[in-house]
Design a protein around this ligand. Structure first.
Ligand code: NI
Ligand code: MN
Length: 228
């Protein structure tokens, strides 16, 4: 039973796992690299890493249309209820929960989390997703490098999804150091090339990662996918 993971542009990913469709940070409207439009998005669950508009994205509209459950930090879950989202599940950092598609634990992320209307979006997070077949995916979302990525790596990560765009998150140099701390089997770079300020050469980064760490990099085009 493998999991299909598709990059939808920026930090947005779609997972197809154990018969469930999961969206992470579904930012399509206003995203020049979006692989799909919000009206075509399918979801049973939506994960939101923090309150910024390029991560909350089209979550509210998609959840209302699909009846998906949104998983996020507690503060964002309260805000989503105020927006009329019926099914929300709030968690906090370090806390895991066994959802029908697998376990999700919120990890640290060093970033901001104000919501688009200025509401308190709590603290930003990344996601450690324990799939039903035992594989583990770490989606770091928006963060700078931090030493406790080593602790996440100790769990044995099959796939790490890391930002490389610089300016708002880790850039290519720190993202290489993150790979060294996490030691995943495979890594996908995200959060680059969406806007001029985060343009990066992902292929060059992939060559560097392979050379310095031996870890395989999957440089995806928005809309393309790999199996985990
Ligand atoms: Ni952000
Ligand atoms: Mn962002």
């Amino acid at each position: 039973m493998s999991t299909r993971i598709r990059w939808l542009g920026h930090a947005a990913m779609a997972l197809d796992t154990a018969g469930f469709k999961i969206l992470i940070d579904p930012f399509f409207t206003g995203n020049p690299k979006a692989a799909i439009s919000a009206k075509d998005a399918e979801a049973d669950f939506i994960l939101i890493s923090h309150g910024h508009g390029d991560h909350v994205g089209d979550s509210v509209e998609i959840a209302k249309r699909t009846d998906a459950t949104i998983i996020s930090n507690y503060e964002i879950s309260l805000w989503l209820e105020q927006q009329g989202v019926k099914k929300v599940h709030g968690q906090q950092h370090g806390g895991g929960f066994n959802h029908p598609f697998g376990r999700v634990k919120l990890t640290l992320a060093f970033h901001g989390s104000a919501l688009p209307d200025g509401s308190n979006g709590g603290n930003p997070c990344g996601f450690l997703i324990y799939l039903k077949d035992g594989k583990k995916i770490y989606h770091a979302a928006d963060t700078g490098l931090f030493g406790d990525m080593r602790l996440i790596g100790e769990e044995g990560i099959d796939l790490a999804v890391l930002p490389i765009g610089d300016n708002y998150t880790m850039g290519p140099d720190d993202a290489v150091r993150a790979v060294k701390l996490i030691q995943p089997k495979k890594v996908i770079p995200i959060h680059y090339d969406t806007f001029p300020v985060i343009e990066q050469d992902a292929e060059a980064w992939a060559v560097r990662v392979k050379k310095e760490t031996g870890v395989e990099v999957a440089v995806l085009q928005p809309g393309s996918e790999i199996l985990v």
